[in-house]
Design a binder for this molecule. Structure first.
Ligand code: ACO
Length: 433
């Protein structure tokens, strides 16, 4: 039986149907609201707004649950690879061995990028942030590979092309920023091993790919692969809702991810920890600063719009950071500072009151640092990991018959109607100030 929510506005009562998801979460369907009452809803940041129905990712922010296509993140991190998890997100099911092998072959086939694209890279100023370069270059893919997904076959090809080429493009940006020769992918390496090879191999110093780092990179990317309607994914869906091509939509998602409050937090965390270490700051004082409402400083890597408990991804990363550092014999003082910060913050009344716990970005930077990834590439690492999620969400939005062009309303608070004043009759600057 359909459940209804009753709403009375301006003396008129209407019944709004309640829609329920597979895990019991409920939403009031307000699609008839404006038409029947003349009112709209007001929800800055859309914290109470469900923008779509989705079969891709489930998360419970109160219980700290995250599942891709029903499978818990903990199981995927333990047993899966990034390529297999990408297949799961994009196609809805885990692949058979045969399909997984075929996917690996196709990823290899798509791993080169058009040589002309290198000219673009050469012309960016050396100090450019790699996220800006990545966003621009993903958009440029539309010109180099104009054939787009219009059929299921086209979808698979475009998805694989994006997954493979974006990885190559990211390593190219790094090599060129250092003035080094671009390294080509190797057909005998897996997806993650190839990334490390293209990043760090040089003609004079062959890079030995360590299996511990390959596993850690797989886990890092699996944990970032999707997170339902987060800021960048909502951007990808919004841009896609205008029937914009997938490259441009994902390029916009990369830009959204760049921000410090979103994916840029992993870089901001390591910068914060480095500052504490290099300047010998007291961890207590840093926590006190984060609590001071007059100070805009926030404890980076803490807090989340949806998780009101420990982010399950941060839990897994914390474990991996310890394991990888142990195996590689790395003694990173930033890890000790992070552990101390966490200990003080989670036992602090302020952090408890606001339910602020470590999020995925809190420990991820230390893991990336152990892989020798430079700090300004951290958010690029996040972006490569988030690709399968963006691809799956873009497609789901496109084929969902309930979806329309994204076009929110507003509550106007500016001037009421007023006349245009000819320039000579306007108040002079000297009189104005
Ligand atoms: N340090 C100190 N105080 C915080 C923090 C923090 N890290 N996070 C939230 N708060 C406080 C805010 O000051 C605010 O207090 P107020 O209500 O008294 O003004 C309250 O908690 C709620 O904060 P909002 O910003 O309204 O919460 P929202 O859900 O919009 O923000 C966010 C979530 C942006 C992640 C926030 O916790 C934050 O800025 N964290 C630091 C940046 C970060 O780590 N971002 C990565 C998030 S994960 C990801 O995107 C991949």
């Amino acid at each position: 039986m359909t459940e209804y929510a009753t709403l009375t506005v301006n003396g008129k009562t209407i019944e709004l149907p309640v829609t329920e998801g597979k895990e019991g979460e409920k939403g009031i369907d307000i699609r008839r609201l404006r038409q029947e009452t003349g009112y709209i809803t007001f929800d800055p940041g859309f914290a109470n707004t469900g923008s779509c129905k989705s079969t891709i990712t489930y998360m419970d922010g109160e219980k700290g649950i995250l599942r891709y296509r029903g499978i818990p993140i903990e199981e995927l991190a333990e047993h899966s690879s990034f390529v297999e998890t990408s297949y799961l997100l994009i196609n809805g099911e885990l692949p058979t061995r045969q399909k997984l092998n075929r996917t690996s072959v196709q990823l290899n086939d798509h791993s080169l990028i058009h040589e002309d694209m290198q000219n673009f890279y050469q012309n960016f100023p050396r100090a450019s942030h790699p996220m800006g370069i990545l966003s621009a270059m993903i958009n440029a893919l539309r010109s180099f590979y104009p054939e787009l997904m219009t059929t299921d076959e086209g979808y698979e090809q475009t998805a694989l092309r994006l997954l493979s080429k974006v990885r190559t493009m990211a390593t190219m940006a790094y090599k060129i920023s250092r003035g080094h020769k671009v390294e080509y992918p190797r057909p005998d390496y897996t997806y993650c091993a190839n990334f490390l090879h293209m990043m760090f191999n040089t003609p004079v110093k062959p890079y030995i790919v360590r299996k511990e780092l390959v596993k850690a990179l797989n886990v890092f990317w699996i944990l970032h692969a999707d997170h339902e309607q987060n800021c960048s994914t909502s951007v990808v869906r919004s841009v896609g809702s205008a029937r914009t091509n997938i490259y441009a939509s994902i390029s916009a998602g990369v830009s959204a991810l760049w921000g410090d409050l979103h994916g840029g937090a992993n870089q901001a965390v390591v910068q914060m920890l480095t500052e504490i270490y290099e300047q010998g700051l007291s961890v207590e004082k840093v926590v006190a600063r984060a609590k001071d409402k007059k100070d805009p400083f926030r404890l980076m890597g803490f807090g989340h719009r949806v998780y009101k408990t420990y982010d399950p991804r941060a839990k897994i990363l914390k474990k991996y950071v310890h394991e990888v550092l142990d195996k590689l014999n790395i003694d990173d003082p930033l890890l000790d500072i992070a552990l101390e910060l966490e200990e003080i913050a989670i036992n602090d009344e302020y952090f408890q009151k606001y339910n602020l716990y470590p999020n995925v970005d809190f420990y991820s930077g230390i893991l990336l640092k152990a892989m020798q990834i430079p700090t300004n590439m951290f958010t690029v690492m996040f972006a490569i990991g988030r690709l399968p999620g963006w691809i799956a969400q873009w497609r789901e939005n496109l084929i969902d018959p309930e979806q329309r062009l994204v076009r929110p309303r507003q509550i106007y608070t500016g001037y009421n109607h007023r006349p245009y004043i000819p320039i000579d009759e306007r108040v002079k600057d000297s009189e104005q100030w």
